[in-house]
Design a protein around this ligand. Sequence first.
Ligand SMILES: Nc1nc2c(c(=O)[nH]1)N[C@H]1C(S)=C(S)[C@@H](COP(=O)(O)O)O[C@H]1N2
Ligand SMILES: [Mo]
Length: 313
Amino acid sequence: MARFKTALKYSEVTPKADFLNRRQLMAGAAGLTMAGGITTGLATPAAAALNAAKSKWSTDAEPTSLEDITSYNNFYEFGTGKGDPAQYAKALTTDPWSVEIGGLVNNPGSYALEDILKDMTLEERIYRFRCVEAWSMVIPWVGFQLSDLIAKADPQGNAKYVAFETLQRPEEMHGQKNGSFPWPYVEGLRMDEAMHPLTIMATGLYDEPLPNQNGAPLRLVVPWKYGFKSIKSIVKITLTEKEPPATWNIINAREYGFYSNVNPEVSHPRWSQASHRVIGGGLFAKKEPTQMFNGYGDDVASLYEGMDLSKFF
Ligand SMILES: Nc1nc2c(c(=O)[nH]1)N[C@H]1C(S)=C(S)[C@@H](COP(=O)(O)O)O[C@H]1N2
Ligand SMILES: [Mo]
């Protein structure tokens, strides 16, 4: 299948002009805000290039533009509008950053992000991304397999779930001053889902470090589940025996299940999940049929054998 290809970097498979254009666009936009309209039109050198090799798990689908990926976001810590994260997430300090790993592991501790990354292999993973709100993107993430990090933590035999927690820092995340939301944002996976090779911790996209609005410096990506499972700006990972709480499930369990696998046959109580809007193309945005498990069924359907997916949604 298309996935099994030789390792190629995104910059090698995209016409170079296209690639530079995207960077130029960003450089131009930055120039506009910083220098009051004066832009040079020169591409910024990719100073922070991560040079991650393209993984065999990548899709061949055309990635959404960097501009759309970084300006149409859900990150309620910075406000509920799609443009709020791009505007306000600049306030977040992502260095230094550490992640507390604990619960049912033999190597618990607070780990500096750079120490975690020393042991991990970064790859480019171009994944389809489907939000429960019925829109989709294709995102060229850079990240490492969560399974590698969990293996380092050395799970104990009774660990059945992995719980994740986002940073809580209302001074920098103004949305957290909104008391009607149960901060911090939390999420969880079953152990086999967390260990699946498609499940990654992303630290970048378009071969550069993750922009703050996309969940810097470290966020989960689970491409066969609705986007809200892919929790951003993670500071805590805990292995547990019991199913951990998940923010949207706490808010409305009838609308958002713990599993939240992409499923065109199980409608959201307020809208159909049979199709979605492809972000990009402005007025000419396409609609596409939604695929079971967001098209990753060959790889993940076996995880749910024997489960009634209309009940465990
Ligand atoms: N901490 C946190 N993580 C979050 C969210 C959020 O509001 N807070 N939104 C989720 C939702 S609904 C989606 S669709 C994705 C959006 O990721 P993106 O902005 O990188 O596309 O992040 C998910 N992770
Ligand atoms: Mo979402």
